[in-house]
Design a protein around this ligand. Structure first.
Ligand code: 5CA
Length: 169
C-alpha cells in the first residue's frame, strides 16, 4: 500500500501516478541497492534492472541521468560523443543534490531537478524492466517504451563493448 511506503519511495509513487505509469512501487524485504541485488530481490535477469547513473559533462559540469541496463558498463567515450564533452561520474553528494535521492535508490522519475536523460538501448531487449524507486529497497516495474516516455529520454547505444556477461547464473 502506498501509505506504507517510506517518504522517498512515496515521492516516486506519486511521480509515477502523476505521469500515468502502470507500475506500482514495491519496497522489498531484501536490499535492491545494486543491480545484482535488485535482480535477486525481484527474481529477474540483471539486464532487466534499469540502473540510474548521474554523470557531469565538461566544461560546465551539467548533470545528465544515464539509465543503463544492469548488465552493462556504460562507455564514457560514447557518452562524451553523445553529450558533446568529456564526462565523469558524479559524486554521491552531487547525486543527492541534483536528484534528491541517495545513490542506490535514485529513480528515473520524481527527481528534484530536471535532468537530460539517456537510455541504454539494451533495455529494449526486455519486455519488463525494473528501476529504483527512491530507496535502496524500493523498485517499480515498467517497460522500456514507458521508461522512455516517462523520462523523455533519448535512447542510444551506451554499453562498453563487448557487453559484460550476465552476473550470477
Ligand atoms: N537500486 C539499484 C538498482 S534498481 C541501483 O540504484 N543501482 S544503480 O546501479 O543504479 O546504483 C548504484 C550506482 O550508483 C552505481 O552503479 C554507481 O554508478 C553509483 N554509485 C555507487 N556508489 C557511488 C558513490 N560513492 N558515488 C557516486 N556514485 C556512486
Amino acid at each position: 500500500m502506498e501509505e506504507e511506503l517510506s517518504p522517498s519511495a512515496r515521492r516516486v509513487a506519486q511521480a509515477l501516478a502523476a505521469l500515468g505509469a502502470g507500475g506500482r512501487v514495491r519496497e522489498m524485504p531484501a536490499s535492491t541497492r545494486t543491480a545484482a541485488e535488485a535482480a535477486r530481490a525481484v527474481g529477474c535477469a540483471v539486464g532487466q534492472i534499469a540502473k540510474s547513473l548521474v554523470f557531469q559533462v565538461a566544461p560546465d559540469g551539467r548533470a545528465v541521468l544515464v539509465i543503463a541496463s544492469g548488465a552493462n558498463r556504460v562507455d564514457e567515450k560514447k557518452l562524451a560523443l553523445l553529450l558533446g564533452g568529456p564526462v565523469r561520474k558524479a559524486s554521491a553528494e552531487f547525486v543527492r543534490e541534483v536528484t534528491g535521492f541517495a545513490v542506490g535508490g535514485v529513480p528515473p522519475v520524481g527527481l528534484r531537478t530536471a535532468l537530460d536523460v539517456l537510455i541504454d538501448e539494451d533495455l529494449f531487449r526486455y519486455g519488463e524492466i525494473w528501476a529504483a524507486a527512491g530507496t535502496p529497497r524500493a523498485v517499480f516495474a515498467t517497460t522500456p517504451a514507458e521508461l522512455a516516455r516517462l523520462t523523455a529520454g533519448r535512447v542510444a547505444r551506451l554499453a562498453e563493448e563487448p557487453p559484460q556477461p550476465p552476473a550470477g547464473g
